[in-house]
Write a protein that binds this ligand. Structure first.
Ligand code: ATP
Ligand code: MG
Length: 403
């Protein structure tokens, strides 16, 4: 991989261009990071008003698998990344015939299928010692009927296309399981045992074309209704030994498949009777992640900066966090009052608080559960950051720092 430097290329006098499959908020923040270095950007997304398309130099507006669209993208870019894990892996394979694609199709394909993902994690568990929650694959009626009682109560999850808690159903017994599978149209699923969670955390790393790796310290996450609500990113956010194990496990998950790009792995910290709980690996995202948004304001290099560096073959800066941080996710609910009336959130009051950094994604319509933006809070010390985050959550009507 020859590094792609920003600016005019000596070979053909063209501006170096980086492309991204998907035009959501992650693509938008990628575009901002790429442009800051001086790259031109291209977004492929079927939506004319995608958050990333609105800020990119160019957008190819076709479906992800459209051959003409992919051809156009490949002819205009020097490297491609993805911001959306459900881009057809075949599209990435097509693109990789003519230009560098990071992460590669094989890695994205693993993240697209919970069965393959779990098999991959289990293979890595031999080295890392961190395994998945007990589960069963359900593709046939026989497999449904053979589910051991030890997996109940559990969470039935579609093998493909789930995100933000969608495509999931909590089930207490065999009858509920059968009904839930029917409700999910009997598509291939996994049933996971419902784990007694003490906490959740995630790890972000970037891996380059030559196996070089840098990482952020693990962050602790609070989910509400299956959607990330709060990220706690500061020293003391979790037990250091757990953090070290999660980081090691993430590195082996990336190394094992020769991953290139930014990878996020989510973990559960489960109550297993031990003082600090046990670590269980949940899932991975082949891209920057909502839980890494605090890096934009609390670190010298953000997860999006690392995505740009990794795909372009630039040296990977070792990220350094300079401030403790809390991230509050801003879902569309914030744009409605308790009576369901549309409102404009009180940004004046929020932005008056010290250390608040507002990021909105340019989405035209607020809907409950829709990710509209996030608010990072940084400060000199953890107590101060927490106090401001509580005030901001209060003003915005958010559930608070613990969900
Ligand atoms: P996303 O991709 O947005 O992170 P997702 O839809 O892929 O979410 P998961 O990460 O599988 O979903 O689950 C969402 C949340 O539901 C988890 O963060 C956790 O809070 C809860 N959850 C999922 N699986 C389990 C489990 N086996 N036991 C207990 N809680 C769980
Ligand atoms: Mg998840």
């Amino acid at each position: 991989m020859t590094p792609i430097f920003p600016g005019t290329q000596s070979t053909d006098g063209r501006q170096a261009s980086l492309g991204v499959m998907g035009g959501g908020q992650l693509g938008r923040m990628f575009v901002h990071a790429a442009q800051r270095l001086g790259y031109e950007t291209l977004v492929l997304d079927p939506d004319a008003q995608s958050p990333a398309g609105m800020v990119s130099h160019q957008q190819v507006q076709t479906p992800y698998g459209d051959e003409a669209g992919l051809k156009q993208l490949a002819s205009l870019c020097d490297a491609i990344t993805t911001e959306f894990e459900n881009v057809p892996a075949a599209a990435l394979t097509t693109l990789a015939k003519t230009l560098p694609v990071a992460p590669g199709a094989a890695c994205v394909a693993i993240a697209q299928n919970r069965m393959e993902e779990k098999a991959h994690f289990s293979a890595c568990a031999d080295v890392s010692g961190v395994n998945v929650a007990p589960y069963a694959v359900i593709e046939t009626l026989a497999q449904l009927q053979a589910v051991p009682a030890s997996l109940l109560p559990g969470i039935l999850k579609t093998a493909r296309m789930g995100y933000d808690g969608k495509g999931q159903a909590r089930v207490k017994n065999a009858a509920e399981l059968a009904a839930a599978w029917a409700g999910l149209s009997r598509v291939p699923c996994v049933l996971e045992k419902l784990m007694p969670l003490k906490a959740e955390c995630s790890v972000l790393l970037a891996r380059g074309w030559h196996g070089d790796m840098v990482s952020f310290a693990p962050q602790r996450n609070v989910h509400v209704d299956g959607i990330l609500a709060v990220t706690h990113a500061y020293e003391g956010n979790m037990h250091p030994a757990q953090a070290a194990r999660a980081l090691d496990a993430t590195k082996s998950i990336a190394n094992h498949i020769g991953y290139v790009g930014v990878l996020c792995v989510e973990f559960f910290i489960v109550d297993d009777g031990s003082e600090h709980g046990g670590l269980v690996v949940n899932e991975m995202a082949p891209r920057p992640h909502n839980s890494g948004h605090y890096t934009m304001d609390a670190c010298n290099a953000s997860q999006f900066d690392l995505q740009v560096h990794a795909m372009a073959g630039l040296p990977l800066p070792q990220p350094r966090q300079h401030s403790p941080a809390i991230m509050l996710n801003l879902l569309g609910d914030v744009w409605f009052d308790a009576q369901g009336q549309a409102r404009t959130p009180d940004w004046q009051a929020v932005l008056r608080l010290p250390g608040t950094h507002l990021h909105l994604y340019g989405k035209l319509e607020a809907r409950p559960g829709r990710k509209m933006g996030h608010l990072n809070i940084t400060g000199a010390d953890v107590a101060g950051v927490m106090a401001v985050a509580r005030q901001a959550a209060d003003i915005l009507g958010l559930p608070g720092l613990d969900g």
